[in-house]
Design a protein around this ligand. Structure first.
Ligand SMILES: NC(=O)c1ccc[n+]([C@@H]2O[C@H](COP(=O)([O-])OP(=O)(O)OC[C@H]3O[C@@H](n4cnc5c(N)ncnc54)[C@H](O)[C@@H]3O)[C@@H](O)[C@H]2O)c1
Length: 340
């Protein structure tokens, strides 16, 4: 069987995680990269030993390319996904899959009619600690879930936005802290709790208010589908990228993710259940270690392997609906129901 040939569109900060994951994925081969920056793109293509395209539509005409990885600014995701699916390709897109629920509806419609499949990169679902949370919750040892809490305190200073000017703008990023960084946390919260019914939240800009037009901080409470409550606070104005703090409280004990280790706590007893070791290679610590696993699982799904897992458009939409609801709640100062 011939290799599954991949192309990556967008060779910025995150693309290296896709390159490295492809190197460690059985049957996958990086055939091409695409970037509007011709100097950077050509140099990278030479170092990877692959083809270079400046225009992704030309790359889509290459019949030997099977899978397209989308690693471009948010405002380009929808059009690139639709074009790639229409060209008969399978697509693996970075989050967020689109900028809002209208775009999600268009993408879902196209994905339902496409021959190729569409997967979205929520790599933190593949962290050992995330899988351990799901396992404990499925075993019901905590009893009924009472609440879930997450605190995300990261550092994104002015240079992060000036390096890539699409960031920090509503038209090109669609927001900032929520839709770009904290969307992973929101995804984990809703995945652990089995969905969010309604949201009350507020977004704000602190020291970055003069630099970006979007939010750098947010807080929210959730009415979760299982009857529990959720509490979420996040900011990009911290002095460092602290590991996510997340707690799930049940009637009979709690789970605590702290410093990348998951603890099960019941009374005085603390048991470490799993740890997420820092990534090797060029990925940043705060991106977590899941890209490789997420991409390997996606390629297993393409090959119809049993028990393969990937995040489809319906799953990927869930955190985007929460992001959208927090923005709306902040404007209207009221609870927002999530109806989809
Ligand atoms: N999963 C994660 O943890 C994670 C982490 C970081 C970024 N991301 C996501 O990855 C995506 C890219 O983010 P980034 O930080 O790498 O951005 P970036 O600004 O560093 O890189 C974007 C790249 O896309 C290229 N580009 C722009 N328009 C293009 C076009 N029309 N055709 C081809 N190339 C084009 C730019 O030249 C640049 O090289 C975003 O969706 C972001 O949310 C995900």
């Amino acid at each position: 069987m011939r290799a599954i040939n991949a192309a990556i569109i967008g060779c910025g900060a995150i693309h290296i995680c896709h390159v490295e994951a492809l190197r460690h994925t059985t049957g996958a081969h990086l055939r091409a990269i695409v970037d509007t920056d011709i100097v950077k793109g050509q140099a990278l293509a030479t170092s990877y030993g692959c083809h270079f395209y400046q225009d992704y539509r030309e790359m889509l005409q290459d019949q030997n390319i099977d899978v397209v990885h989308i690693c471009t600014p948010h405002y380009l995701h929808k059009t690139m996904i639709l074009d790639a699916l229409a060209a008969g390709k399978t697509v693996f897109s970075e989050k967020p899959v689109g900028m809002n629920s209208l775009e999600v509806a268009e993408i879902a419609d196209a994905a339902a009619r496409a021959t190729g499949i569409l997967g979205v990169c929520y790599q933190n679902r593949f962290n050992p600690t995330s899988l351990a949370v799901r396992e404990v919750l499925a075993s019901n040892v905590l009893g009924k879930m009472l609440s879930i809490k997450a605190v995300l305190t990261w550092s994104r200073l002015g240079g992060y936005y000036s390096d890539s000017p699409w960031r920090g703008r509503f038209a090109t990023e669609g927001g900032s802290l929520l839709i770009n960084q904290a969307i992973h946390t929101l995804d984990l919260m809703q995945w652990f709790a089995g969905g969010v019914d309604s949201v009350k939240g507020v977004v704000d800009s602190g020291p970055l208010a003069g630099t970006i037009e979007t939010e750098d901080s947010a807080m929210a409470t959730f009415a979760l589908h299982n009857g529990a409550r959720g509490l979420f606070w996040a900011t990009n104005n911290h002095t460092a990228d602290s590991p996510l703090l997340l707690e799930v409280h049940g009637e009979k004990g709690m789970l605590q993710l702290r410093d990348n280790t998951l603890w099960q706590i019941s009374g005085d007893q603390r048991v470490a259940l799993a740890s997420d070791n820092p990534p090797t290679g060029n990925g940043k610590n705060y991106w977590g270690i899941g890209h490789q696993k997420a991409i390997q699982q996606f390629y297993r799904a393409i090959q119809h392997e049993a028990d393969s897992e990937y995040i489809d458009i319906q799953q990927a939409a869930k955190s985007l609906y929460i992001v959208e609801a927090i923005y709306r709640s902040s404007q209207l100062r009221q609870w927002i129901n999530i109806t989809q």
